[in-house]
Write a protein that binds this ligand. Sequence first.
Ligand SMILES: Cc1ncc(COP(=O)(O)O)c(C=O)c1O
Length: 439
Amino acid sequence: MTAIGTSQAGNNLDPWYHHYAERAAALRASEVRALFAVASRPEVVSLAGGMPYVAALPQDLVINAMDSVMRKQGPVALQYGSGQGVPLFREQILEVMALEGIRAHADDVVVTTGSQHALELVSKLFLDPGDVVIAEGPSYVTAMVIFKSYQADVDHVPMDEHGMIPEALREHIARLKAAGRKIKFLYTIPSFHNPAGVTLSWARRLEILEIAKANQILVLEDNPYGLLYFDQKAPDAMRSIERDGVVYLGTFSKTLAPGFRVGWALAPHAIREKLVLANEAAVLSPSSFSQLVISEYLSTADWKGQINTFRGVYRERKNAMLSALMEYLPELTWTNPNGGFYVWLNLPDTLDSKAMLPRAVKELVAYTPGTAFFADGQGRQNIRLSFCYPTPDHIRLGIRRLATVIRDELELLDTFAGTGSLFPAHDGRRFGAPPPDIN
Ligand SMILES: Cc1ncc(COP(=O)(O)O)c(C=O)c1O
C-alpha cells in the first residue's frame, strides 16, 4: 500500500483526486462564485452577484416573527419536522402562487432548502449520465452545475426579447431525437430571466407547453422573480396552464430573504411523492424554524406590501442602470427587464467579456461574463449586469467604469488590429433589444 500524498492516487493539491465519483468533476467553482471574493472588496462596484437587497426588509418584521414563533411554539420550531414541510405553511404557499394564477393543493407542495435544493432533487430523480436537459441559452449558472453534476448535457435553445423561441425548440427536439438522445426535461425561467432579463410571452408559454406535451417532455419552471415586476405583471405561470406536465419551483429568497433558505416545488402527484422521499434522504426535513418564522411573517405582516417595497427598490435601480448605459455606452444594446435583477448587455463582436474581466476588476467594477451562462462556451460577447444590490449611485459609477474599460479595450484592438471602428456594427446574431425605453 502506498502512503497517501505520495501515491499515484492523488496529486500535490489533493491526495484523493482519483477517488472522487465521476460526477464530482462537474463541481468546479463557477465564475460567479469566484467573483464574490473579489467583488466583496468595498472599493469594487459589483454588478456581478444576484444578492437581493435585504436591507430593504425592516428587521422588526423578522424579529417579531421569530420572537412570536419561539414563544408560541419553540419546541416545534427547534425539532425535526416533516419531510414535505409544515402543513399550514404549505397552505400559505398556495396563496403566494395564486398571485401568478396557480391553483393547486397543499398536498402537492414540497418545501425545500431554497429552490436550489429543489433543482438538485428534481435532477436526482430524473437525470442519468448522458441525458439531455433543454434550457434557454443563456441559462441560470448554478442549475447547469447541478445538471452537469448528474452528468447530463445541457442543450441551449436560443431566445429573443420574448423568451425562448418555440420554432428553435422544435428544431432542437427533432435534432436531439434524431441523434437518439434522451431529453429528460425542459428547464425554463420564464419570468424576468436570469441572466437575460427577458420574459416569455403568454402566447409562447402556451406554444412551448404544447410542444413539450407533444414530445412528452417534462417542464421544470423556475420562478424566483415573478412577483418582482416593475410596471407590468408577468404573464401567469406556465403551471397555471398545465398541471400534469410541469414541476414548478418557487422561493422566498428574493421576495423575503435568502438567509431562511426556504423554497418549494409544486409537482404532479407521483413526482411529488418521490420528491418527498428524496428530500428526506437528503436533509430529513427542511428547517422547521425557518418555515415557522416565514409562516408567522405571512400571517401577521403585510407581505404583499413588502414585496411592493422591493419592487420599488429594484425598479429605481434598473432605471439607474439603463440611464447610465444610455449615457455612457449608447452604442451598445441591452435588454430592458420589466422585473427581476438582471440586464444582459451585448458587446461588440471584437470583445471577449471573460478576457476583459480582470481589467474591469482593476478598474474597480465587477460583472459576470456571458460565458458563465452557457454550457458550451458561448457568451463571450455578453455580460450580465445585476442591479439588485448596489445603490443607484454605485450603479452609475460602475457603468461609468465599465464604459472606460470597454473603450480602452476597443482602442487597444483598434491600435493593434486596425478594426477601423471603435464600435463595429454587430452582425445581428446576438439577441438584443432596441434602445431601451426607461420611462
Ligand atoms: C433562476 C434561479 N433559480 C434558483 C435560484 C436559487 O434560489 P434559492 O435561494 O431559492 O435557492 C436562483 C438564485 O439566484 C435563481 O436565480
